[in-house]
Design a protein around this ligand. Structure first.
Ligand code: 3MF
Ligand code: MG
Length: 343
């Protein structure tokens, strides 16, 4: 039995459209996704602001809160929690040039408005975490945004969210590129540095996604370790990624099992989850997947995570220590691979 709690977002079951082709599966209602997530073994749902309250731009603040309260009832009836709310700051025409770092004052104000509404929604859903995936906070044209001003604007936006509610925590989800090229917060090191520029560093931390780390050419377990050592790992998006190319969001462990094993190892060994943090999945089904098997990637990711937990439990740490003592890392590497290959 795993000691972890698990979560996914409704966007993890999607219709299969990509930059080069249209949808290939039928849409599934939010309610039926939530039911199925529960059946699969999830404990919580991750939300974008408009996953909880669709078309929120045209609603009043009261209406937004009321709609969110309705979603909370639905979660309660399924026995599920809400993990976080993330303002979707990349779809709206107001965010063409980014949100908090847009060159337009009106658009920066829009981003902050969505940030504050995300706090309102989070409160209604009974969670304290706001996730900022800073999709367009950067640029494709370096001369278009002053890099110092951009950092200051981002801090201003985060400060506005922190000031709005004293209990809310902000988790930045770093990603080096896609959809923009030059991100302001490409890695967890940047996130942690930025947290100390804000008005409440103790309420600003990170959410690490395996694929985003691989896209930066780094190692997920090392990045997770850095955030854990800093006391700032408040969420994860486990998945996999075949090298430094477009964002693939593959099922956890399917591309690099050893790398996945080491993520589970560091999370387990250093008590990730002991303050209620979730093992979040951010996985995408292959476009080839048919309608009736469009949840398979979530089931597989959960199963692979649990199998790797067993591998962590049965990893011979005494033998590891002997290898370390003798400085025979070839032996340790062979033992690790052999351990993973054994049934
Ligand atoms: C993009 C992502 C995002 C975020 C999500 C919640 C659509 O690469 O990983 O998924 O995880 O917006 O922060
Ligand atoms: Mg993610």
């Amino acid at each position: 039995m795993s000691r972890f709690k698990f979560s996914v977002g409704p966007w993890n079951v999607h219709e299969g459209e990509d930059a080069f082709g249209p949808a290939v599966r039928k849409p599934i209602s939010f309610e039926s996704k939530v039911k199925k997530f529960k059946e699969i073994g999830m404990d919580a749902i991750q939300f974008h602001d408009d996953d909880a309250v669709p078309a929120m731009n045209s609603l009043t603040e009261d209406q937004i809160r009321k709609e969110a309260a309705g979603v909370k009832e639905m979660l309660d009836s399924e026995g599920l929690s809400a993990e976080f709310v993330a303002p979707r700051l990349w779809m709206d025409p107001h965010t063409a040039d980014g949100g908090f770092t847009s060159n337009s004052k009106e658009d920066r104000e829009f981003a902050i408005w969505r940030g504050l509404r995300s706090v309102d929604i989070a409160k209604e859903l009974g969670c304290q975490k706001i996730v900022l995936w800073l999709a367009r906070e950067g640029t494709l044209c370096q001369e278009s945004k002053d890099p110092v001003t951009s950092v200051k604007r981002l801090v201003e936006g985060i400060n506005a969210i922190l000031a709005y509610d004293p209990d809310i925590k902000v988790l930045i989800e770093p990603k080096p590129n896609e959809p923009i090229d030059r991100s302001i917060c490409p890695t967890i090191g940047h996130v942690i540095g930025l947290s100390y520029l804000t008005s409440a560093p103790e309420r600003v931390g990170g959410l690490i996604e395996s694929a985003h780390v691989i896209l930066a050419g780094l190692d997920p377990a090392s990045e997770i370790g850095y955030a854990l050592a800093s006391g700032k790992l408040w969420g994860v998006h486990l998945n996999d990624q075949n090298g430094m190319k477009y964002d693939q969001d593959k099922s956890f462990g399917v591309e690099n099992l050893r790398q996945a094993f080491n993520q589970v190892m560091v999370l387990k060994k250093h008590n990730y989850g002991s303050s209620g943090e979730y093992i979040g999945l951010d996985v995408k089904a292959m476009r080839t997947q048919k309608q009736e098997v469009c949840y398979r990637h979530i089931q597989n990711s959960l199963e692979i995570f649990k199998l790797l937990e067993k591998k962590v439990d049965t990893f011979d740490t005494a033998y590891r220590d002997v290898c370390i003592e003798k400085r025979d890392y070839e032996a340790l590497e062979f033992y690790t691979i052999n351990h993973l290959l054994k049934g």
